[in-house]
Design a protein around this ligand. Structure first.
Ligand SMILES: CC(C)(COP(=O)(O)OP(=O)(O)OC[C@H]1O[C@@H](n2cnc3c(N)ncnc32)[C@H](O)[C@@H]1OP(=O)(O)O)[C@@H](O)C(=O)NCCC(=O)NCCS
Length: 146
């Protein structure tokens, strides 16, 4: 059975391993000072929020990070799910779905009117899950690096 809990300071080693695996999945790199700041901001639970999934033995197997922001189309806020990762050896057991559900429940209590996220068009594995729990908007993502 998968359990989800908010990230605490004791989770740093487990978070490091999952975070690094997620970054590697994206064939990317994040400087150590950015990872340190990200973890601190998650612990502060103000701008950034995070939770870990654990298997029946209590071993951390996945992570999710999210944030909220005001928006022009609501008097309230939206919740953006930024990162989602489940350890390859634990996939297909419902952890990804449980992590999304956790953010959904948190955002509802917070008062956000929607949870949304981005994914690569060709991420078929993730989209197999997303198509079951959310609606694809068809929007295309653009950005300008500064
Ligand atoms: C996407 C990801 C988080 C899914 O995690 P997961 O724990 O395997 O997902 P779940 O077990 O909750 O899967 C839920 C559903 O997705 C589908 N699914 C998951 N993995 C699948 C796969 N490899 N092939 C086909 N369908 C799959 C299943 O149909 C499952 O539905 P079911 O519960 O009705 O059987 C995980 O594959 C992952 O970490 N991928 C690499 C990182 C990534 O892509 N993150 C998302 C970036 S936007």
């Amino acid at each position: 059975m998968t359990t989800i809990s908010r990230i605490t300071a004791d989770d740093r080693p487990a978070w490091d391993a999952l975070w690094q695996a997620y970054i590697t999945f994206y064939e990317s790199e994040v400087p150590a000072d950015v990872s340190n700041t990200t973890f601190e901001r998650i612990l502060a639970h103000k701008d950034l929020h995070g939770a870990l999934a654990r298997d029946a033995a209590g071993t951390p197997i996945g992570l999710v990070h999210w944030l909220t922001h005001p928006a022009t189309w609501t008097t309230g806020s939206y919740c953006y799910l930024e990162d989602l990762f489940v350890d390859p050896g634990s996939r297909g057991s419902g952890a990804g779905r449980a992590l999304i559900d956790h953010v959904k429940g948190w955002a509802k209590l917070y008062g956000a009117s929607k949870v949304y996220w981005l994914t690569a068009d060709d991420n078929a594995t993730a989209r197999a899950l997303y198509d079951k729990v959310a609606v694809s908007t068809g929007f295309v993502h653009y950005e300008i690096e500064l």
